[in-house]
Design a protein around this ligand. Structure first.
Ligand code: NAD
Ligand code: TYD
Length: 413
């Protein structure tokens, strides 16, 4: 579904006249995207900046090790894009940015996102993911709800219905599912992207929106807590919120601490591939641009106070993903397919390693018509090709601190 909004570009500087233009009851938007320099955030910013020239997209990012403005080089000069370096935990700054830019929508992605790091340093995860989210919620409440004098006219009142705090969360808050069919069975639900022999379901149960939260890692515990705060602000203060819980993403610009970019880089450089445990854990993979499309759709069309799961019915055991990656990377590098299978190295398992994630995204399909667009092997091939073609990007993000990180995480494993 293509959504079209009337737009008019206005280059007014922040702090003078609010950057907005009313068009009947329609209004252009000032959207604050947090974490826009990260993996998923950069795809969301790119999509919004290109698709809505009349919106102003304000990217707020602290630029931690995971944030990289190089991810947005192609859109950084667009007139409807602004970057602000800030920490979401700094309430005073967040509030000022929201006021200065007259923000009417927040798409909140900023987070510490890597499970292995959360096991080593849970405090940082609680700070950013919980307190950072709370700081944004408080700022949105102060701007949108506490100062009622800003809603002065009928037109303003109706335009206030455009306000939305959209919190991006993860399927990991639901905990882990059992593997009742370790050999794999055809899934009971199919989507356009879920045909083909690898699209197997490994259990009968799927994560649904009404499932109990049972996070296991410090990462997912912190994300779960932030989800609860978002719901509390909706239920207590009437803040217009929406939450989505998405499965594992893959694609260009992902920091190479996560399985897929890490392994592509190691295959290329013929370094060992550290497979946790037996490689039997199952993840449900979604191409990052499909996630960004879903975020755009839900931001505009989702219902206030609702939760939507996002996923592709695309369950794979880690070891099968890894073998597919080796095959594709070898082929694209002109090596014999499977030549690098000997790099597979089974290492000590991750503590508390969740066995299986599998998202049921039928609500999103049914209510808003979204479904994934790519077959996994097609998406993997695009992804491998991107990392191989963007070797300088990979070299820059894996220099310096990355080597220390790698030694700490994998040195004694
Ligand atoms: P990422 O680690 O690649 O990027 C996180 C971004 O947040 C970085 O740009 C970083 O600089 C920024 N950031 C971190 N702390 C900050 C702070 N205190 N203030 C401001 N900015 C800060 O993460 P990602 O993989 O793109 O994930 C984005 C969001 O999506 C997260 O909320 C994550 O929980 C969620 N999510 C991720 C996945 C996945 O597979 N990657 C799946 C489902 C949900
Ligand atoms: P990851 O990309 O870290 O995502 P998440 O933990 O959020 O699912 O890991 C995906 C799967 O790959 C997970 O089951 C852990 C496993 N894994 C390895 O086997 N080796 C590795 O070096 C990494 C980073 C992950």
């Amino acid at each position: 579904m293509e959504i079209c909004y009337p737009y008019i570009v206005d280059h007014t500087e922040p702090g003078t006249i609010p950057y907005q233009f009313e068009y009947g009851l329609m209004k252009t938007r000032n959207i604050l995207v947090t974490g826009g320099a990260g993996f998923i955030g950069s795809h969301v910013v790119r999509l919004l900046v290109n698709k809505y020239p009349g919106y102003r997209i304000i990217n707020l990012d602290k630029l931690t090790y995971a944030g990289n403005l190089e991810n947005l080089r192609d859109i950084e000069d667009k007139p409807n894009y602004v970057f602000v370096k800030a920490d979401i935990c700094d309430f005073a700054t967040v509030l000022k940015i929201m006021q200065d830019y007259d923000v009417d929508g927040v798409i909140h992605l900023a987070a510490e996102s890597h499970v292995d790091r959360s096991i080593v340093d849970p405090f940082t995860f609680a700070r950013t993911n919980v307190l950072g989210t709370l700081s944004l919620l408080q700022a949105a409440k102060a701007c949108w709800l506490d100062n009622h004098s800003v809603i002065s006219s009928e037109v303003e009142k109706s335009s206030s219905s455009y306000r939305r705090f959209y919190h991006i969360s993860t399927d990991e808050v639901y905990g882990a599912l059992e593997m009742t069919h370790p050999e794999g069975i055809k899934p009971p639900f199919t989507t356009k992207a879920s045909s083909g022999e690898h699209h197997l379901a490994y259990g009968e149960e799927f994560f649904t929106e009404d499932m109990k939260y049972q996070p296991h890692s410090p990462y997912s515990a912190a994300k779960a807590s932030s989800d609860h705060f978002v719901r509390a602000f909706h239920d207590t203060y009437g803040l217009p919120t929406v939450i989505t819980n998405c499965s594992n993403n893959y694609g260009p610009y992902q920091f190479p601490e996560k399985l897929i970019p890490l392994f592509i880089n190691n295959i290329r450089n013929r370094k060992p591939l550290p497979v946790y445990g037996k490689g039997e854990n199952v993840r449900d993979w979604l191409y990052v641009e499909d996630h960004a499309r879903a975020i755009d759709l839900i931001f505009h069309e989702g219902k206030d106070g609702e939760t939507y799961n996002i996923g592709g019915f695309n369950e794979w055991k880690n070891i099968d993903v890894i073998k597919a990656l080796i095959r594709i990377t070898d082929r694209l590098l002109g090596r014999r397919e499977g030549e690098d299978d000997n790099l597979i190295t089974f290492v000590t398992d991750r503590a508390g390693h969740d066995l299986r994630y599998a998202i049921d995204s039928r609500k999103l399909q049914r209510e808003l018509g979204w479904e994934p667009s790519l077959q996994f092997e097609e998406g993997l091939e695009k992804t491998v090709r991107w990392y191989l073609d963007n070797e300088p990007w990979m070299r820059r993000v894996t220099s310096g601190e990355y080597e220390k990180y790698y030694e700490k995480m994998y040195g004694n494993r």
